[in-house]
Design a protein around this ligand. Sequence first.
Ligand code: ADP
Ligand code: MG
Length: 242
Amino acid sequence: MLRTAEREAQSLIFMEDICHAYRMGEQCLSILDNISLTIRHGESCAILGSSGSGKSTLLNILGLLDRPTSGRFLLNGRDMANATPDECAGIRNRLIGFVFQNFNLLPRLSALDNVALPLRYRGYSRNQSRQFAHRQIELVGLADRLTHRPADLSGGQRQRVAIARALAGEPALILADEPTGNLDADTAQEIMGLLLELNRTQAVTLVMVTHDATLAKQLDRRLHVQSGRIIEALPTGKGRGD
Ligand code: ADP
Ligand code: MG
């Protein structure tokens, strides 16, 4: 049993007694109620729960897009309580890649430029960004679609581009909010396979919200958000043939 300080230091995500409430006029809507959660480097976790249970709220806090109302949150050993918005943006940029249900690609840009754009924001030259983006797109199996715009790609291909974009900054953590929610079952499994492969081969920690129990079974852990709490399903084998 590791001491708390060691667990904090070794974890990518360390949450203790996290609460989150939304203020709606006079009312305070409590969504997360004393959540404690530790996720280690390289793990893959599914976040499950009914609609409105607080899955995206949790992911937004993990992704530094929102701050918890109270509680302790360490990301990669850094206590986020005293981080300024600029520091949060910097950490988010270096550490985290996001994947969304609606892909969120820019319609006027080619697949290559969608992936290259965040690298440009990081200060890389146009050539460097494109070279690096090219490699990421190869990694997700779309080398023959570099110049396609999102409208000329299938849903699964769009999500591959979005995953390449999330990977471009070489993040330690991928946060995916229902990444297969708009895809048919076969394509969803393909995207799941890709995310798992990246999790294994690139040592990227994966936290993924999904409604799909079949997909969730393939990840290391299953965390259910329910009545503001997290209930972890017992490990039952990962469905990877073991
Ligand atoms: P999930 O992703 O599990 O469907 P969310 O985390 O998006 O759920 O939302 C949890 C609850 O919080 C919902 O009841 C939703 O209406 C409410 N909520 C989400 N975002 C806000 C917000 N910005 N302001 C007020 N209420 C919100
Ligand atoms: Mg949601």
